[in-house]
Design a protein around this ligand. Structure first.
Ligand SMILES: C[S@@+](CC[C@H](N)C(=O)[O-])C[C@H]1O[C@@H](n2cnc3c(N)ncnc32)[C@H](O)[C@@H]1O
Length: 228
């Protein structure tokens, strides 16, 4: 309990200049996007309802919050197995399971359903302390604040995928932004995904940038847009 109390005292140490939904709306607005998908909706007042987009879809099996308003009430795996292969969205927000192995599955499934110039946004990429990046949501049968191991899959993509453009906004526990493009890879010097090493190198591992740098980053990464 002492450990939890100590960890909770640093619960709000994530910078918070922009909420995740503000980042998503900014991108939708900048590119006049029309189709939005959220994996993991929970309480729609936190994000889903705040999104301004012509077409919105949500996926959630309803593990954490009722009433479940998602129009696809199932897991992300079941969802991606059930939709037509040519169905596309412009922005896909991944915020379901926070366990790296599942998030990476969600990511590649999402990439298959992303429009040419679309974006994948991931929440919880920048945990502020070791406790918040634990493997499990529950401790002694109850949920506690949790970012999970999303950072590990984000760092993995940063180390391995030259065909993606990636950055992470230093706000709201790390809002990861990914699109097709190119990037200089992060150093592959943390093969055991050690948190302490991540903590010292998070700027480079995540390509962590400030919200004030978002528009510059978007402009710099537009050269790969498909012109039809
Ligand atoms: C952190 S909450 C989502 C919060 C919301 N996106 C927001 O921004 O406030 C995570 C949600 O993901 C759902 N979830 C967990 N595992 C999932 C899975 N495999 N597929 C889809 N949703 C999942 C849970 O039921 C929960 O409602």
């Amino acid at each position: 309990m002492e450990e939890i109390r100590e960890a909770l005292s640093t619960h709000w140490e994530s910078p918070w200049e922009m909420d995740r939904w503000q980042v998503i709306n900014h991108i939708i607005d900048r590119y006049s996007f029309e189709r939005y998908l959220e994996i993991g909706v929970s309480n729609p007042r936190w994000c889903y309802n705040m999104i301004s987009c012509r077409e919105k879809d949500g996926v959630d099996p309803g593990y954490e919050f009722q009433p479940n308003i998602a129009n696809y009430q199932m897991t992300s795996d079941e969802f991606f197995e059930s939709i037509p292969s040519d169905k596309k969205w412009d922005v896909i927000f991944i915020d379901g399971s926070h366990v790296a192995g599942q998030v990476i599955k969600d990511f590649f499934n999402a990439l298959n359903h992303l429009s040419d110039n679309g974006f994948i946004i991931l929440h919880d990429c920048n945990p502020p302390n070791v406790w918040r990046q634990r493997e499990t949501y529950m401790i002694d049968g109850r949920p506690w604040p949790w970012n999970g191991t999303v950072w590990k899959m984000f760092y993995y993509l940063r180390m391995t995928h030259t065909d993606l453009s990636m950055c992470c906004l230093d706000t709201d526990y790390g809002v990861g932004i990914v699109r097709r493009g190119s990037q200089m890879l992060a150093p592959a010097d943390n093969i055991f995904y050690d948190y302490n090493q991540f903590d010292k190198n998070r700027k480079e591992y995540l390509n962590l940038i400030q919200p004030s740098e978002l528009d510059r980053w978007l402009s710099e990464n537009e050269q790969h847009l498909t012109i039809i």
